[in-house]
Design a protein around this ligand. Sequence first.
Ligand code: BGC
Length: 398
Amino acid sequence: MPNKKLKFPENFLWGVGTSSHQVEGGNENNDWYAWEQKGKTKEFSGIACDSWNRFQEDNALVKSLNCNAYRISLEWSKIEPEENKFSQEAIKHYRDLLVDMKIKGIKRFVTLNHWTVPLWFSQKYGWHKKGSVLAFQRFVEKIIKELHQEIDLCITFNEPRLILNKGYASGTFPPGKKNPILYFLARKNLIEAHKKAYVIIKKIKPALPVGITQFCNDFDYFGEGRWQNWLTEKVENFYNWHFFDQIGETKDFIGVNYYYGAKIKLTYPFYELATYEKKVTDIGWGVSPEGLFEIVMDAWEKYKKPVYILENGIADGEDKYRAEYIKAHLRALHKTIRKGVDVRGYFYWSLLDNFEWNAGYEMKFGLFAVDRKTMERKMRPSALEYAKICKENGLILD
Ligand code: BGC
């Protein structure tokens, strides 16, 4: 019997992602650099993957995977190193990078804020202060005026849930606050900052799709009972969908970053989240592809907007499970397409092993390994498998 193929829609985008602070190197003027200096991370970001200087090589790697899209982020602290003073040199750098992608036939997905903010911004404002919205607006206006021709899709914020939960509740990301009042103020400002950015971008380039991408989990609960069920639903709605709800119509797509499912346990006086799978990745997250199915179906039922999986990946230093992880998630994603969901793209996280925030360089999400001394990129076997899928626009089931 011939092998069956799960074909993806025509024009489906196959991509990979990275973010500025995690790969560029030399970012010494942002809040994460200050955080690293305080000893809060396992390692310093340093030169990261030196992608600032190697962007042509990286774009060529994307191409070698047969990908037709690449998600990058812009480093605000390089573009606006001092308040209201813009670096034309940095803007030129990003223009060169984006033009190079275009020449290579790669669609440009650009995140305006993948967490890092300039030092002046974190010292004077921070998302909890009102002035943050205006400062972000000014940055957005400038950069979109300059680069709009070189951007194919724009993500204003990467995972506002994590900016808030880690920056303002657990205090494990900068600005390291554990303060419910500041949490709610920051949330309000992030929502406003996104809405304002949407309007600015649309004025400059109405056809450019704009939205956010959110860290989503498929939530479940331990044990039985109405309370757990009720709580699970509330947490799921709040974590996954609240920000999307709040930004109303100022979104042209739903960006989903999906890694794992989480189980909720009631504990006095709060609740705990724990991974429920037996198999866990290097970073301790479970593997539950069926969760991606649930999330995408939920997103579609709620919003009826095109869905992009803008991150999905595994920390797997030995590359033992990565190929199967990707395939399993693609099978789940394909099921949503068969059910009629308008899924437009899948972006594996990440192109390269990179600076994994607090965890430093130990967690390896890359399709390419990066030698920390020579910066040499080395293709992992799973990358070949992914390249096959991208080329075929589908998955052969054997
Ligand atoms: C972030 C990435 C990060 C990945 C793996 C996502 O939450 O957007 O920057 O590397 O998770 O932890």
